[in-house]
Design a protein around this ligand. Structure first.
Ligand SMILES: Cc1cc2nc3c(=O)[nH]c(=O)nc-3n(C[C@H](O)[C@H](O)[C@H](O)COP(=O)(O)O)c2cc1C
Length: 336
């Protein structure tokens, strides 16, 4: 690995429009999790490209002080995708043009999967899938307003009575989408039940552009199984990445030695102190909890670490926790 991540293989693994993609595992966009620091870390570990947390273009258009940190990215994180979420093609296109002029992302993505009630209720996220004509228009207008490839990320449909992912994907592709990611659940399922990978296979068999499979990949073994069962071009990993960012290096969590977990946790926290000068401890807790999960720390100790608020105290405690774990386990590569 060089300073910015794995050296690209000579041949890209696949292309999104004219953007070469090196690698076949991708960090999923996750509001509150795939922040700039975590994206950068996962890119270094092998995630093939980066996708921002969703940018609600209703807020982006109306707020003078939009949280621009949602769109912050480093040059060495490219290819970088800005993800748009809204129900109004004109506004999405206007905002995309502004974002392109200001930040020069490599790709745009349209979120057709968000199942938060207030979002889908207003016809954004998976709510937009109920109106394939509107999806087509959003793709057409965003594509016309920008100069980089467009992707869409969708679900199977609104619910089991409206499994229209094929129609929506075809409308998106006909209007400029150069790749489609499919989270193989309906909006109604939210995150319940099992992702239906067979539908990813059907989409892959019928679309002329790359298909990215998503949903319930928890381990490297799951990712390999998704490739084998669906023939998808890439696998997108969300929730499991929070505890195992090394999954993008094709490593199962139990293959990662404690020392590496400690080094990554400290580096991530220190980096987050720069991005969140007033709230890094709180923002970092969710990752730390996931990193420490396999070690089964005594609950009092874990609670103490996860409730301390003072940054100076926190970093000291964090290092001590790993030292103590290391005294017992330093020579044991397996955390479990
Ligand atoms: C906390 C959280 C936030 C999410 N935010 C987004 C988002 O901003 N944009 C998006 O397209 N999907 C979002 N998703 C959905 C994920 O990208 C992914 O489709 C879903 O988690 C299924 O993949 P997984 O089983 O690997 O987690 C979010 C999911 C979670 C759990």
């Amino acid at each position: 690995m060089n300073a910015v991540g794995p050296l690209p293989t000579a041949q890209p693994d696949f292309w999104i429009g004219d953007i070469p993609i090196h690698g076949r595992l991708i960090l999923a966009p996750m509001d509150g999790i795939s922040d700039p620091t975590f994206r950068w870390i996962t890119r270094r570990l092998g995630s093939a490209y980066s996708i921002s947390e969703f940018v609600n273009t209703l807020d982006y258009a109306n707020q003078k002080h939009y949280q621009m940190e949602r769109l912050a990215f480093r040059e060495d994180e490219r290819p970088f995708t800005a993800q748009l979420l809204d129900n109004t093609p004109e506004r999405m296109a206007e905002c995309a043009a502004r974002i392109e002029a200001e930040l020069h992302p490599d790709l745009f993505d349209i979120n057709l999967g968000c199942s938060v009630r207030s979002v889908m209720g207003r016809g954004a996220g998976v709510g937009m899938m109920r109106n394939p004509g509107l999806v087509a228009e959003a793709c057409r207008q965003v594509k016309a307003a920008t100069h980089v490839p467009l992707t869409v990320k969708m679900r199977l449909g609104w619910d089991d009575h409206a499994l229209n992912y094929m129609e929506v994907a075809e409308a998106a592709v006909a209007n400029g989408a150069a790749a489609v990611a499919l989270h193989a659940r309906t909006g109604k399922m939210a995150y319940n039940g099992k992702a239906r990978w067979a539908e990813i296979r059907k989409l892959k068999e019928s679309l002329p552009v790359p298909v990215i499979g998503n949903g319930d990949v928890l381990t490297v073994a799951d990712a390999r199984r998704m490739f084998a069962e669906t023939g998808c071009d890439a696998v997108m990993i969300g929730r499991a990445a929070k505890g195992n960012p090394w999954i993008f290096s094709w490593r199962e969590r139990e293959e990662v030695p404690l020392r590496e977990v400690r080094d990554l946790a400290i580096a991530q926290y220190v980096e987050m102190e720069r991005t969140y000068p007033h709230g890094a401890v709180m923002a970092f807790r969710k990752y730390l909890k996931a990193y420490l999960e396999p070690y089964a720390l005594p609950s009092g100790e874990l609670r103490a670490l996860l409730t301390v608020a003072d940054p100076g105290l926190f970093l000291g405690m964090l290092k001590r926790t790993f030292e103590e774990l290391g005294e017992v386990r330093e020579d044991i590569p397996n955390p479990g």
